[in-house]
Design a binder for this molecule. Structure first.
Ligand code: TRH
Length: 377
């Protein structure tokens, strides 16, 4: 009998909640042989990361994952062997009752947001007693061996490296997106929240000696791009040139194509949680815009990750990277930190690959979850 999993995803905003749970669901099916239902309360968000999905369907099978619309009117369903409430979303009361009513109650896991903070290792896998004999555990993804690790599909890095070594594959992929960069252009992807610092970065790219080609998936940062361009609109696919800088807005693509986009670029600006992890697996220098939280709580998380990420860098590369990431996450001017970064570019490029290999030595999150269930039995 296949182990059954129910994953509950309530979309708070953006695409990280659905992005993480969809990726995890696919991996549990493909690699752990599980039967997975993914309950999503916002199918429009799901359709962004899985464009072939049907926004209207109450139930659909996508890549062998049963995707169910999670609506207030909860249907009576049997509870699964393992239940994941993603990011502390509230399970339906009737479903909790069904978990407890099983011969052997379901294993209940709260999958937490990713953080590099020290306390995470101490809280990972801690139980919390629930009524009716149920046990809930807190499962923390993370960067160290005392956490649940990161989402990483089997063979991902081998596929990524093969793609990066195959110039034709890269060219064909980019061409399919309507992107034909100049041969000497630095290719940069930009997935970001609104950021007043963008204009200063674009200024410096436009006057740089080396050409850059900036690819911007449709989304929140486009308004800042338009204001720098002094335009009202920019259709997807249109190519604009300002000095050394070529700009292009791209369509929002499937998760797998977004991976290929990250693999194709020399530098990736990413945000939130899932794209941040994917940029690390791309093995290329990256810039992270952390999801902003009330009272600047996100800045501690940023510093915690930076402390890990710069540990093996030279003082010059450390200074350049810290300055750039801190500036980007606070909306400050980016010109001088970008210039400093260019000075240490080869070191950062090598470091991105080393960091990727170091992180890949950890057990991945889906495997860790499946192991946790087996040990719990
Ligand atoms: O969309 P986000 O800003 O999500 C955020 C974070 O997860 C944050 O922690 C959370 O609190 C908040 O949502 C509610 O960034 P993130 O996490 O990178 O998610 C984006 C997803 O979209 C990711 O799975 C990659 C995917 N994606 C595509 O599939 N195609 C695309 O073209 C792009 C640009 C992204």
């Amino acid at each position: 009998m296949r182990v059954s999993w129910d994953i509950f995803c309530s979309v708070v905003d953006n695409y990280g909640d659905i992005g993480v749970t969809w990726r995890l669901a696919r991996q549990l099916v493909a690699e752990q042989g599980c039967a997975v239902r993914l309950w999503v309360d916002d199918l429009a968000a799901f359709c962004r990361v899985c464009p072939e999905a049907d926004e209207q369907a109450a139930a659909q099978l996508q890549q062998v994952v049963e995707v169910r619309r999670w609506c207030a009117d909860w249907p009576p369903v049997a509870a699964a062997d393992v239940v994941i409430e993603a990011f502390a979303c509230q399970l339906p009361a009737a479903y909790i009752a069904a978990m407890a009513a099983r011969g052997r109650p379901s294993l209940w896991l709260n999958l937490e947001y990713l953080s590099a903070e020290d306390w995470v290792g101490g809280c990972h896998a801690l139980p919390s007693l629930q009524p009716k004999g149920l046990q809930k555990f807190f499962f923390f993804p993370g960067f160290s061996s005392d956490t649940g690790g990161l989402l990483r599909e089997a063979g991902l890095l081998e596929r990524r490296r093969a793609f990066q070594q195959d110039q034709q594959a890269r060219q064909a992929f980019l061409c399919g997106l309507g992107v034909t960069p100049q041969t000497d252009a630095r290719l940069i992807s930009l997935f970001a929240y609104e950021n007043p610092g963008l204009a200063s970065w674009l200024d410096v790219l436009a006057t740089d000696a080396q050409p850059s080609h900036l690819l911007v998936p449709e989304g929140r940062i486009v308004a800042d791009l338009l204001s720098w361009l002094q335009r009202d609109a920019l259709a997807v696919g249109t190519v604009l040139v300002r000095g050394s800088l070529t700009l292009q807005v791209l369509p929002f693509v499937s998760q797998d194509d977004y991976d290929r986009l990250l693999w194709s670029c020399d530098f990736n600006a990413v945000r939130g949680e899932d794209s941040f992890v994917r940029a690390q697996w791309a093995g290329r220098p990256l810039l992270w815009q952390i999801y902003p939280q009330a009272e600047d709580a996100h800045l501690d998380k940023l510093e915690a990750f930076l402390a890990l990420y710069v540990a093996a860098l030279s003082p010059a590369a450390t200074a350049a990277l810290l300055a750039q990431w801190r500036a980007w996450s606070s909306g400050a001017a980016m010109g001088s930190s970008w210039q400093a970064l260019l000075e240490v570019w080869p070191e950062l490029t090598a470091h991105a690959e080393n960091w990727c290999s170091q992180q890949a030595a950890q057990t991945d999150l889906a495997t860790a979850l499946a192991q946790f269930y087996r040990n719990w039995l």
